[in-house]
Ligand binder design. Structure first.
Ligand SMILES: [Zn+2]
Ligand SMILES: [Zn+2]
Length: 173
């Protein structure tokens, strides 16, 4: 679903349901977002447009410790301002720090709601999602899921007492 800003000359409310989408969170790390209905108010404001939106969501992503599917849910609420690119202050190109996160300057007159929701979800999804608070993760040596019970690996040697020589990699002759 698209919004064309030049068509919005008075406040308009949108209620849209969009299909589940994927978020790339990093190398081989993807979340699936199932959004609830988006409620969005678009208002013309001083030559720009203000957007106030809200939607509930459910996210499924691999647990950052054991890789099993982990889920979380919440509500995403945002308040943004969209201005045509020709209104962008010139000094912004020099001093990025004055740029407000809340203002987006656009070249195209249209905005895709799916893109808008995905952008907001990048801010919403934490870097690490756990399947449960006390997830024990995978054994770094054999890869076993330690939530299923201890693996067969011998316990870690106490590194303080390992002779230094063991840390020196063998010289290749
Ligand atoms: Zn886990
Ligand atoms: Zn192990």
């Amino acid at each position: 679903m698209w919004i064309r800003f030049s068509d919005v000359v008075q406040p308009v409310e949108f209620h849209e349901r969009v299909a589940p989408f994927r978020l790339e969170l990093g190398f081989h790390y993807e979340a699936t977002v199932t959004p609830g209905e988006l409620s969005l108010l678009v208002e013309p404001w001083k030559g720009a447009h203000k957007l106030d939106g809200k939607f509930e969501y459910a996210v499924v992503a691999p647990c950052s410790r054991c890789l099993a599917p982990a889920s979380m849910a919440g509500t995403c609420a945002f308040s943004l301002e969209f201005r045509p690119a020709d209104q962008a202050p010139v000094e912004e190109a020099v001093d990025v720090s004055t740029e407000s996160d809340e203002i987006t300057y656009y070249d195209e007159d249209t905005l895709q709601l799916e893109d808008l929701m995905a952008q907001q979800m990048y801010l919403e999804v934490p870097e690490k999602i756990l399947c449960r608070e006390d997830c024990k993760g995978l054994c770094p040596r054999c890869g076993a899921d330690l939530n299923q019970g201890p693996c067969a690996c011998p316990p870690d040697p106490d590194l303080r007492w390992v002779p230094l020589a063991q840390f020196v990699s063998p010289r290749k002759e």
